[in-house]
Design a protein around this ligand. Structure first.
Ligand SMILES: [Zn+2]
Length: 284
């Protein structure tokens, strides 16, 4: 192996380790934030009151070593813990691979917001503003500071690049939020009940600011497809509650998944697709 490959391997392993640790922290955020608990104190503990020692709290590994049970009382820990840790690590590695420096790092920050937003929405049917509105603000800051996340070609003038990045981020937020808002209003008019929450509109503001308008459009339609596929796969395992309103299924996880899939796999194809349409229209 040559030097470049070793360097790749080194950074790849580092990103996976950091991702697993961030995933471990995100688990705490996902479980504590909706109840208003602090994410810093107290330390992780079991229902039996015993704190979880550091060697029982190693991301992914500890869950399997302890077979998903508390060392002291045998209480079961959800399989979601190692799943979120391993998932975060893999998503971080994929985004680092797809984006490189510095774009990949911005995408990793974005995924660090989308993963808890999606899972909290799944648990509580609500997306905390700190992820949606906070994500929009952070996305705008990155759009201006790192315009290359919106594929802005360097002009040689930082001010011009920053302005172009900012405009791209703002356009993405407007297109994303607008798309969800219009679909929600239309669906509400037809179904005569709330179809999509305002939380989804705000979440799309964050997605658009980070991913641009092409990413926002993909997140919406691609997310809907991914959401349907997941729903079909998970249907047999879902708890069914018999109530008049039927199942309430949050749309936020689908949007967040669509955005991450866009950055991981779809971006080059979607960009080429829209560039093609633009060409056709211009030469018409
Ligand atoms: Zn216990």
């Amino acid at each position: 192996m040559d030097e470049a490959m070793w360097l790749n391997l080194y950074f790849g392993s580092l990103v996976v380790l950091i991702g697993a640790c961030v995933g471990s922290f995100l688990n705490v955020v996902i479980y504590r934030l909706p109840t208003g608990e602090s994410v810093v104190t107290p330390r992780s503990h079991c229902k039996c009151g015993k704190p979880i020692a550091w060697y029982d709290n190693i991301p992914v590994l500890s869950w399997f070593i302890l077979r998903g049970r508390c060392r002291h009382c045998g209480e079961r820990f959800s399989f979601r813990y190692p799943l979120v840790e391993a998932g975060t690590a893999l998503v971080f590695l994929g985004l680092w691979h797809a984006g490189g420096w510095p774009v990949g790092l911005v995408w990793i920050v974005f995924a660090g917001l989308m993963i808890p937003a999606a899972l909290i929405d799944l648990d509580t049917m609500e997306i905390p503003d700190r992820f949606s509105i906070g994500g929009f603000i952070l996305g705008m800051v990155f759009s201006v500071a790192v315009p290359s996340i919106h594929a802005v070609e360097p002009s040689g003038l930082l001010f011009i690049d920053a302005t172009r990045g900012g405009v791209a981020g703002l356009l993405g937020a407007f297109v994303g939020s607008g798309l969800v808002l219009w679909v929600a209003l239309t669906a509400e008019a037809i179904l005569r009940k709330e179809a999509m929450g305002f939380g989804d509109v705000k979440l799309m503001g964050a997605i658009g600011a980070f991913c641009g308008w092409q990413g926002a459009v993909f997140s919406f339609f691609g997310g809907a497809v991914i959401g349907c596929l997941l729903l079909v796969l998970c249907w047999p395992f879902m708890k069914r509650e018999k109530d008049d309103e039927g199942h309430r299924i949050p749309f936020g996880p689908a949007l967040a998944a669509g955005a991450v899939v866009y950055l991981l796999f779809a971006k080059p194809y979607v960009s080429a697709y829209f560039a093609n349409i633009q060409d056709v229209l211009q030469n018409f």
